[in-house]
Write a protein that binds this ligand. Structure first.
Ligand SMILES: Nc1ncnc2c1ncn2[C@@H]1O[C@H](COP(=O)(O)OP(=O)(O)O)[C@@H](O)[C@H]1O
Ligand SMILES: [Mg+2]
Length: 249
C-alpha cells in the first residue's frame, strides 16, 4: 500500500500567558492511500489539535507531517458544518468546486448523482432549512467529497446528531467514502463509531496525546454498522479499547 501521509515525531505545546499545555507528544503514524483511520481519545486529549496540524491550520512545535504528493487537496469537515442558509442544497454541495474554480458541467452532474443516491433527490433546489440534521450532514459530506480531496478530515462529524440518526448517517457516509476510495481520518470519542467506520483505529492516551495502540480491524467486509455491532469480535475490540482509554468513572 502506498503511504499518503507520514507523521513523524510530532509535538505540540500551546504556550499561553501563564501556562504551557502539551497537547501532543511524539506522535508517529503512517496513513495509506484509500485507508480510513479512526482516531479515538478522551475529551481534551489533543485530537482536534492533531487534525488542525495535518490540515495546516496550526503549526506543530516539532516533528513533521509529510504528504507523498505536492499540494494535496484537503477537505476538512467539522462537527457543525454549517450550510449557507440562503443557497440551495445543490449550490451548497458545489460550493467547494466554486471556491476552487473547478466547477464543470461534469462535476456538477456527479454532485447531483451523489445527492440523488443519498436521499436528497427532492431537495436539490430547496434551501437547507427544509432538511433534517442528518440530511444537512450528508450535504456537507458530499460538498467535502465533490472536490475529490486527497484526504478527508472529519472531526466528530456526527456528534450533534441524535443516536438513531447518527447510526444511519454514519453508515451512509462511510459507504460513500469507501465508494470514492477517499483516504480519511475520522476523529471521534465514540469507540463503536470508530470500530464501525475505520479500517484501523488509533487510540490516543489522555493529554498529552501519544499513540497508545493501533488496531488493524478485520471485521468481515460489506456488513452494515448494525450488523458489525452484533459480532462478538466487535465487543471484544470495544472492551480492549475501553481499557486502553483508561477512563476513570
Ligand atoms: N489555541 C489553543 N491555545 C491553548 N490551548 C489550547 C489551544 N487549542 C487547544 N488547546 C488545549 O489543548 C488540549 C487539546 O485540545 P483539543 O485538541 O481541542 O482536544 P480534543 O479535540 O481531543 O478534545 C486542551 O487542553 C485544550 O484546552
Ligand atoms: Mg476536539
Amino acid at each position: 500500500m502506498n503511504c499518503l501521509l507520514s507523521i513523524k515525531n510530532l509535538n505540540k505545546t500551546f504556550d499561553s500567558k501563564d501556562e504551557k499545555i502539551c497537547a501532543i507528544e511524539d506522535i508517529s503514524l503512517d496513513i495509506n492511500e484509500g485507508e480510513i483511520i479512526g482516531i479515538v481519545g478522551t475529551s481534551g486529549c489533543g485530537k482536534s489539535t492533531l487534525l488542525n496540524i495535518i490540515a495546516g491550520l496550526i503549526k506543530q512545535t516539532s516533528g513533521t507531517c509529510t504528504f507523498s504528493k505536492d499540494s494535496p487537496k484537503i477537505s476538512y469537515m467539522l462537527q457543525s458544518d454549517a450550510l449557507l442558509p440562503w443557497k440551495t442544497v445543490l449550490e451548497n454541495a458545489t460550493l467547494g468546486l466554486d471556491l476552487m474554480h473547478i466547477k464543470t458541467e461534469e462535476s456538477v452532474k456527479e454532485v447531483k448523482k451523489m445527492l440523488k443516491e443519498y436521499g436528497l433527490k427532492d431537495f436539490i433546489d430547496k434551501k437547507p432549512a427544509s432538511l433534517s440534521g442528518g440530511m444537512k450532514q450528508r450535504v456537507a459530506l458530499i460538498r467535502s467529497l465533490a472536490i475529490k480531496p486527497d484526504i478527508l478530515l472529519l472531526d466528530e462529524p456526527f456528534s450533534a446528531l441524535d443516536y438513531y440518526t447518527r447510526l444511519t448517517i454514519s453508515n451512509d457516509v462511510q459507504r460513500l467514502i469507501k465508494k470514492t476510495k477517499t483516504t480519511t481520518i475520522i476523529i471521534t470519542h465514540d469507540i463503536a463509531e470508530a470500530l464501525c467506520f475505520a479500517d484501523r483505529v488509533v487510540v490516543l492516551s489522555s493529554r498529552p496525546s501519544k499513540v497508545k495502540n493501533i488496531y488493524d480491524l478485520k471485521f468481515p467486509k460489506n456488513l452494515n454498522f448494525i450488523e458489525k455491532r452484533t459480532l462478538p469480535e466487535f465487543n471484544n475490540m470495544y472492551n480492549v479499547i475501553w481499557r486502553d482509554l483508561d477512563v476513570k468513572i
